[in-house]
Design a protein around this ligand. Structure first.
Ligand SMILES: [Zn+2]
Length: 328
């Protein structure tokens, strides 16, 4: 036997089925190819072997959040404003609406894990939550505190010192799929939530619509090695249960979110990071317009996938039991 990780990141069962081989990083940060294996218990996929901490860190580009992309020319500034207003803001508003509707919360202490520049978190702050952004990216957190006025903590959730039972809501917006040990992180989230508090996680979903059609070309797969795991709904339910949470519900994403993941799979170089990383202004403009046009073209398919309960992303909700007492 080899010394590779052999257990599913989500349910802990053996990774007994090969899934994707020869996967290349769509950002080109990692030079090698990657393999995903699947567990037959929950159907989720895990990258094998798991990249080490240094390899993983080196796979992140200097700017990973759209807010960090250089805006040093008039065209880039215009692109940023248009993208933010027409794409990101509708997604953030949808996220706040969905979280408030499902959890019934309209305020309280919120911890946004992996919240980066805090742009998304800021919409929760506007909706009445007291928000804290946790991230390991110092430069992203500077944006969160200076531009959005958010409280920030630099570090990993399972390493920082925070008082137990101090949050009403902990959010993981497309973060769980990046974690080499999601169970340890969610168990820490459990400790930090008050009884009855909620954890909300948006993740890509393997084995539904897009993932099934596109296979190893799906934009969420070619995000390897930054994506180390791709869960199924069953995998997420088991992960929550293993940390003591009561799984409550999951729901599909905003139509633009679903459509852009599909467009990104078809034109990988249209994503903000790639299109803006070169010199000049014409290339990012052309690629971004092509990506946006394709997003609109495929949006009826995206809507259909969401309606058929076959979305490429899910927003998962779980609750710490109300009758949990510390020290029990
Ligand atoms: Zn599994």
């Amino acid at each position: 036997m080899d010394d590779h990780n052999s257990l599913c990141l989500f349910c802990g069962s053996p990774l007994d089925k090969p899934l994707y081989q020869g996967v290349r990083d769509s950002l080109g940060m990692s030079r090698r190819t990657w393999t995903f294996r699947q567990c037959s218990a929950c159907g989720s996929a895990t990258i094998v072997p798991l990249p080490g901490p240094d390899e993983l860190l080196a796979a992140y580009p200097p700017f990973y959040a759209p807010d960090q992309v250089p805006r040093n020319t008039p065209i880039r500034r215009l692109l940023y404003r248009v993208e933010t207003a027409l794409f990101y803001h509708p997604l953030y508003r949808y996220s706040v609406r969905t979280v408030c509707r499902v959890t019934g919360l309209h305020g309280g202490q919120l911890l946004d894990v992996g919240g980066g520049t805090g742009h998304h978190t800021f919409f929760f702050q506007q909706a009445g939550f007291e928000c804290t952004v946790l991230d390991f990216d110092k430069r992203a957190l500077e944006v969160a505190s200076h531009r959005f006025g958010l409280r920030t903590i630099c570090g990993q959730l399972d390493e920082v010192e925070l008082p137990p039972e101090s949050f009403d809501l902990i959010t993981f917006h497309t973060v769980i799929e990046h974690l080499p040990n999601p169970r340890r992180t969610l168990c820490q989230a459990y400790r930090l939530l008050r009884p009855g508090g909620w954890v909300v996680a948006k993740v890509p979903i393997l084995t539904r619509g897009q993932a099934r059609w596109l296979g190893r070309r799906w934009s969420q797969v070619t995000e390897a090695p930054r994506h180390v795991g791709l869960p199924t709904p069953q995998g997420m339910e088991r992960l929550f249960a293993a940390c003591g949470f009561e799984f409550q519900a999951w729901t599909g994403p905003h139509i633009l979110d679903e459509a852009s993941a599909l467009a990104l799979s078809l034109i990988p170089s249209s994503r903000t990071h790639t299109s803006c990383s070169g010199q000049g202004d014409i290339r990012p403009l052309v690629l971004r317009v092509a990506g946006a046009a394709l997003t609109l073209i495929v949006s009826p398919i995206a809507l259909l996938l969401i309606r058929l309960n076959e979305p490429g992303f899910g927003i998962f909700f779980a609750q710490k039991p109300k009758d949990h007492f510390a020290g029990e």
